[in-house]
Design a protein around this ligand. Structure first.
Ligand SMILES: [Zn+2]
Length: 274
């Protein structure tokens, strides 16, 4: 049922490993892991394990890190541990999630990516050193509470995990914190990255422009939601006016990722409960 296409693309020192999950030949979702100078950032999703590991045989990772616990970023942690005897490093909270992913992973996500078996992670320090580069670990909660980015200050590379994703997000996961996302975006803008490697889009050539656009978009959206609230509009009406009525992703994910979540996330400050 589930097929995978895998593409290795080189941007100088940085290799993007793009994994696309497909159903009946239709691409469902893509995610990038990155490899640079012996460092593997994220491990893709479990359904892609055979081809992913084959590729790693040619890359020879020496250090493995995770940006956060989601199953499309940690899906092959357990195999890397088994095959290369490397302990992936992550935020301290990640180890709690990976102890048993079947506890928190909804069934539809298992169908798309597979459910990783339980695995262990070690704790990241504030820096990760490879032969040529030094990566700073930047805590960037919001998308998840254990989310981190990796920043190489001399090169200006930012590995942004799932912090950025798109300039104009219309959907939010139930557990995401929109205000923490905005704070985290501002935190990475202050680093002045020159290149951003996003888990969803791959290389983004002009990260400052993209990050500023996203922050502006979210702050304007917040203003729009608050304005609607002041005028006595219902959350549904606010959503219809600002994001459109149709909430396709909300339907397919049973409300886990939806426009409704994004509107309610902003209304939380106004004391509005779902
Ligand atoms: Zn994620």
């Amino acid at each position: 049922m589930n097929r995978l296409s895998l593409l290795l693309k080189s941007n100088g020192f940085v290799n993007s490993i793009r994994m696309t999950s497909t159903f009946l030949g239709i691409p469902i979702y893509k995610v990038n892991a990155f490899y640079v100078d012996g460092l593997l950032i994220d491990t893709g999703f479990t359904f892609g394990r055979d081809r992913f590991l084959k590729l790693l045989d040619t890359l020879h990772p020496e250090i493995v890190v995770n940006t956060h616990h989601h199953e499309d970023h940690t899906g092959n942690n357990f195999l890397i541990r088994e095959k290369y005897h490397l302990l992936p490093l992550a935020h301290p909270k990640t180890s709690f999630y990976l102890r048993d992913p079947s506890h928190w992973l909804p069934w539809y996500r298992r169908l798309v990516w597979g459910c990783p078996p339980p695995s262990e992670t070690g704790e990241l320090n504030s820096k990760v050193q490879t032969k040529k580069f030094l990566f700073l670990v930047i805590p960037t909660p919001g998308h998840s509470d254990d989310h981190v980015c990796f920043f190489e200050p001399n090169e200006g590379w930012l590995f942004s995990g799932d912090l950025f994703l798109s300039e104009q997000m219309k959907y939010l996961r139930e557990e995401e914190n929109i205000f923490s996302i905005i704070d985290s975006l501002k935190k990475v803008v202050a680093l002045h990255p020159k290149k951003m490697f996003c888990s969803f889009n791959g290389l983004i050539e002009h990260p400052m422009e993209a990050l500023h656009k996203k922050i502006d978009y979210l702050e304007n959206l917040q203003k729009g939601v608050e304005e609607g609230f002041r005028r006595g509009l219902s959350p549904r009406e606010i959503q219809r006016r600002l994001l459109g009525r149709v909430d396709r992703l909300g339907f397919f994910t049973f409300g886990e990722i939806s426009k409704r979540n994004l509107i309610y996330a902003f209304l939380k400050l106004k004391g509005v409960k779902r």
